[in-house]
Write a protein that binds this ligand. Structure first.
Ligand code: ASP
Ligand code: MG
Length: 414
């Protein structure tokens, strides 16, 4: 008998009819002899509505009370879902985070799970019940209700799967799975059947629309096989699992882009010990996250520094840097917001050379200028002008033949 944790997002449980449909689907899995634990989100739009009401009343809502409020969204869906199961003649029980005892840190609205007591869940499962658990919530040691941050139900599901040593954790959503790139800009995008945890983490900007990326780190740590699939079809989705030989034989698994960054350059920075710290400490103190950093060498004792920040932090970063550059006697600060980060991802890069240069060659052929480059073991990212994003994505998708299913690379093709 397998134990399966399934999680359904807000759009999957957005009405009582949809809740009944989810119940029918879960019952089918239960009838096949599986023990079922079902994690639900609040109905789509409900959590936003609750946040809105809190702001109607308190300018800066009290975080403890915010969690009390937000946790109600999931109570609605799990109780209705348990009723749907009972109405269909199946035994079921709904449980809140504090009833299970999903213990978290005290950081209200962004708590982290510390431990999960599986005793009660096991007892109900052993009695043949379908167990449904509220996503996104937990309880502190003192008994205060907490939530895990927006989109946190995926994390609840993976954490439960880890604690219960489930055979799989299935995340049901409104798309068919993870694609080789954004299907909205590249019609040749193809659903990926299997992908490694590390690739999924690197493809965050593709995956984040589908599943909460924090849950992937957790799945990796506890080796929980994750299956991202559609509520509205029977098709298999994307399995996110440990790396295997087939994945290693692929050159590239996906092309992703991020239009959410901005570039900042400081020129003629005196090249002395401590300047990087003088630039980046105040920035991190202001809570601004820096992504790529490049330091060039110039003739003389001067250097240029270019880096990227999240676009919404751009103005704040620029005004801080104007002061900093005066302090350190740099010549000027300039920047641009109309950039995009384009990345190719694949564990195959560990074993195959020439992938980065192929990427540069493809961009050159399209006449696209590369402003910055950064690489990791399984990723190459380039900063380009934003207006070329779609063109670049399509060209790379085509060049690496991502529209074709699994083309293992032979030595001759390299
Ligand atoms: N209901 C919560 C939210 O909207 C948690 C979730 O859906 O995962 O963020
Ligand atoms: Mg969600």
């Amino acid at each position: 008998m397998a134990l399966i944790v399934q999680k359904f997002g807000g759009t999957s449980v957005g009405s009582t009819d949809k809740i009944k449909a989810v119940a029918r689907r879960v019952i089918k899995n239960h009838q096949q002899g599986n023990q079922m634990v079902v994690v639900l989100s609040a109905m789509s739009g409900d959590t936003d509505r609750l946040v809105g009401m809190a702001h109607d009343i308190q300018t800066i809502p009290d975080l403890r009370e915010m969690d009390m409020l937000l946790a109600t969204g999931e109570q609605v869906t799990i109780s209705l879902f348990a009723m749907a199961l009972k109405e269909a003649g199946y035994d079921a029980v709904s449980l809140l985070g504090d009833q299970v005892r999903i213990e978290t840190t005290e950081m209200h609205t962004k708590a982290r799970i510390k431990s999960i007591d599986t005793t009660l869940i096991r007892k109900h499962l052993d009695e043949g019940k379908i167990v449904t658990i509220a996503g996104f919530q937990g309880v502190t040691e003192e008994g205060d209700i907490t939530t895990l941050g927006r989109g946190g139900s995926d994390t609840t599901a993976v954490a439960l799967a880890a604690a219960l040593k489930a055979n799989a954790c299935e995340i049901f959503t409104d798309v068919e799975g993870v694609y080789t790139t954004d299907p909205n800009i590249c019609s040749a995008a193809r659903k990926i059947n299997r992908i490694s945890y590390d690739e999924m983490l690197e493809l965050a900007s593709l995956g984040a629309k589908i599943l909460d990326i924090r849950s992937v780190g957790l799945a990796k740590r506890y080796n929980v096989p994750l299956h991202v699939r559609s509520t509205f079809s029977e098709n298999e989705g994307t399995w996110v699992v440990e790396e295997d030989k087939i994945m290693e034989s692929m050159l590239v698994s996906g092309v992703t882009y991020n239009k959410n960054e901005a570039r900042i350059t400081i020129t003629k920075v005196p090249d002395q010990p401590g300047v990087a710290a003088k630039i980046f400490l105040p920035i991190s103190d202001a809570g601004i996250v820096v992504d790529m950093i490049i330091q060039n060498t110039r003739a003389g004792d001067l250097t240029d520094m270019t880096f990227t920040v999240i676009r919404s932090d751009y103005d704040r970063a620029m005004s801080l840097l104007k002061d900093i550059s005066k302090d350190i006697n740099a010549e000027s600060v300039s920047g641009a917001q109309d950039i995009a980060k384009l990345s190719i991802v694949g564990v195959g890069m560990r074993n195959h050379s020439g992938i980065a240069s192929t990427m540069f060659h493809i961009l050159a052929k399209e006449g696209i200028n590369i402003m910055m480059i950064s690489t990791s073991e399984i990723k190459v990212s380039c900063i380009i002008e934003e207006k070329y994003t779609e063109l670049a994505v399509r060209a790379l998708h085509d060049a690496f033949a991502l529209d074709k299913d699994t083309i293992p690379v032979s030595e001759e093709t390299l």
